[in-house]
Structures are given as C-alpha cells and as structure tokens.
Design a binder for this molecule. Structure first.
Ligand code: SF4
Ligand code: FES
Length: 361
C-alpha cells in the first residue's frame, strides 16, 4: 500500500491531444510530449540548457490558461488538458515563422546550415509562403576573425542559445545581446575579436545554433549536410571517451559533431574533439612504414621489412646492453587495451620497467 502511494506521488496524469498520459512532477509539457511521440517545434530550446521561452514557436493550448503558453517552459500539472497542434496553434506558429522570415536572408543555396536548419524545416512544414509584410533582409557586416567559427549575424534569429551555452555550460560568456530592437545582434563584449574574450574554441555555440548564423568555418563548402555519411565513434584524444559523429564525403572527413542526449558528453565537445581531426585528411600522413637506408635517409618500405628490422635491432640492443637500454612511452590516443599490450611487451619482452604514459605528466 505504501509502495503504491509512493508510485502515485511520482506520477501524474494529464490529457495530451485527447490521450491520457503520465508524467513526473516537474517535467515540462515539451518533455512529456516528446516522450509520447508528439513533436512540438522549438527554436530556442536545447536540452542542455534551461528553458528560455524566447522564440514562442513551441506554443500550446492548455485548457483554462490565458492565451497560448510555451511548452518548453511550462511544467505539467495533474489533470491538465493540452492541445499541441490545434488550428489556432498552427496559425500562431505560422505567424511566428512569417515574422522570422520577414528579415531573414534567403541565401539557403550557399548557407552551410541548409538541410540542417530548423527554421528551414519549420517554414516548410508550416507552409510559410513568405512574409505577408514584405521582406527586408538584415544587412549587418559579417565578421571573419576566428579560425574555427564562421559568423553571419544576418541569419541570426536571436534565440540566445549561443549566449547561454557559452555562459551556462562552458562558464565563459563570450557572447551577449548587443544593441536594441531591430539593431540587436549577438556579439562579443566591445565587439572584440572572439579569441580575445576568452573563447576556448569549443564550438559549443556552433553546435547549438539552430540556423546558419554560426557554423564550422573550416568545412565551409566541403559538402552539404545530406551529402555526408555520419558515423558515430569515440574521440581518440583522451580518456574521457566523448562520442563523436564524424561526417565524411568523397572519402574525406568533413566535420565532427556530437549528438545531444547521446554518449558521456551529451553533445558537448572540446576544441580537439570538434576541430582537431584535420590530420585525418593531411597529405603528410605516413601511409607506409619508413626505414633508413645506408645514407640515413628515410625510405618507404613494407610492414614485413620494417618489422623485421625492428626485431633485429631490438634483439641486438638487448644482447649488447640488456633491457635497461629500452624505455617506452604510452599514449592517451591509444585504447586501454593497446596501452596494456605495450606495458606487457615492455616488461615481458624488452625486459624493463621503463614505461611511462603521456597523461601522467
Ligand atoms: Fe541563436 Fe545562432 Fe543567433 Fe546565437 S547565433 S542567437 S544560436 S540563431
Ligand atoms: Fe519554447 Fe522557444 S522553444 S519558446
């Protein structure tokens, strides 16, 4: 009996689009809707951030409430009756999208976000046939002062996600809203170069931007979103083990992203994980083993020849000087299993305990 009461206290019932659903106290209407397969459009929402209620695209009807309310910022209550896609709500969302498009550049053919842009998707879904008030695209100067982050304030919809993720998740605060009214843009303090205001190049702002205002500078024009193959993998840089989505096209690595709600990193990455994979495409990568010829020049060879040379040299050195002549340095770029094998080889085969790991330094 006591257990049943406890379970009751942890759930409440509400009606969502005519169906009774269960929710936990404290959940938002958006969370409950998504859990039940009802997709409510959002622009300013990111699961990594506190609800903000800026874009008003997630408006829903709640019986007894005055006007429509934002699903992202409204907590569920017992007995609530919610409509997420009534005619009235669809009209309101279309109105919001028309307002956004009234000054949004329609440069989708050259926008990096095309195919991966929430505004584009929702404008299509809600059949927005351009703004009834005419079209006056923004005309702010673009800035190109960062090696990784491409900025185009004219595409910004002022959702504030970049500002909040930099401040609330990264604890830095490079971005803020500057100026007022139609002149409002997202910018750095005193309009300083991004790198001069504490930016650590994590690219979190890019990861959360729902449109093409912030994007990967070094992969511009490399491949459209729908042209890349997406492969989930683990970052090779350190032991945290962040999950990456590697985008490849025409046998080249194009960009790296991370999926919110997946992996230990929940969509977050550091500079190395997000921007540090260029080496994969480097023309300077070693593609075959190299051995020194008699003049000391490195020349390409086969694995058989290289491994044979190593074996002969190891045997010779060990016979001449003993195991103490060797030392090995393990790498954080290798897996635990590879590092285990290295120490085993060092101790059991080379005969020395001279082994260290770069992460210990
Ligand atoms: Fe939102 Fe992108 Fe504009 Fe930042 S730059 S406010 S994330 S649209
Ligand atoms: Fe709810 Fe923007 S997603 S107001």
């Amino acid at each position: 009996m006591a257990i049943a009461r406890e379970a009751d206290e942890k759930t409440l019932s509400l009606t969502l689009n005519g169906h009774e659903v269960q929710a936990a106290p404290g959940e938002t209407v958006l969370q409950v809707a998504r859990r039940n397969g009802v997709e409510i459009p959002t622009l300013c929402h990111d699961d990594r951030l506190e609800p903000y209620g800026a874009c008003r695209l997630c408006l829903v009807e709640i019986e007894g409430a005055r006007g429509a309310v934002p699903a992202c910022a409204t907590k569920v209550g017992a007995g609530m009756v919610v409509q997420t896609h009534s005619d009235k709500i669809r009209k309101l969302r279309k109105f919001v999208l028309e307002l956004l498009l009234s000054n949004h550049p329609l440069d989708c053919p050259v926008c990096e976000a095309a195919g991966d842009c929430r505004l584009q998707d929702y404008a299509y879904e809600y059949e927005v046939n351009m703004s009834p008030w005419g079209w006056k695209p923004l005309d702010f100067p673009t800035r190109d002062d960062h090696p990784n982050v491409a900025r185009n304030p004219n595409r910004c919809i002022l959702c504030g996600r970049c500002v909040r993720i930099c401040r609330d998740v990264m604890g830095i605060g490079c971005w803020g809203f500057t100026d007022r009214g139609y002149d409002t843009i997202i910018d750095t303090p005193y309009n300083l170069p991004l790198q001069d205001v504490g930016c650590v190049s994590c690219g979190q702002c890019i990861s959360t931007c729902p449109v093409g205002a912030l994007n990967h500078k070094r992969s511009r024009y490399a491949a459209r979103h729908w042209q890349t193959e997406k492969t989930k993998t683990i970052c090779p840089y350190c032991g945290v083990g962040c999950e990456l989505t590697v985008h490849t096209a025409r046998e080249k690595l194009v960009r790296v992203t991370a999926q919110v709600g997946s992996g230990v990193n929940n969509g977050n990455l550091c500079v190395k994980g997000r921007f540090g994979m260029d080496f994969v495409n480097s023309e300077e990568r070693l593609r075959t083993p190299l051995v020194r010829d008699e003049e000391g020049n490195l020349v390409p060879t086969t694995w058989e020849v290289a491994l044979d040379r190593i074996e002969q040299n190891f045997k010779r050195i060990k016979a001449e000087s003993g195991g103490k002549a060797f030392a090995t340095l393990a790498s954080a770029k290798c897996t635990n299993e590879e590092n285990y094998l290295l120490q085993k080889f060092t101790r059991a085969v080379l005969g020395t305990n001279n082994i260290d790991h770069c992460a210990r330094l």
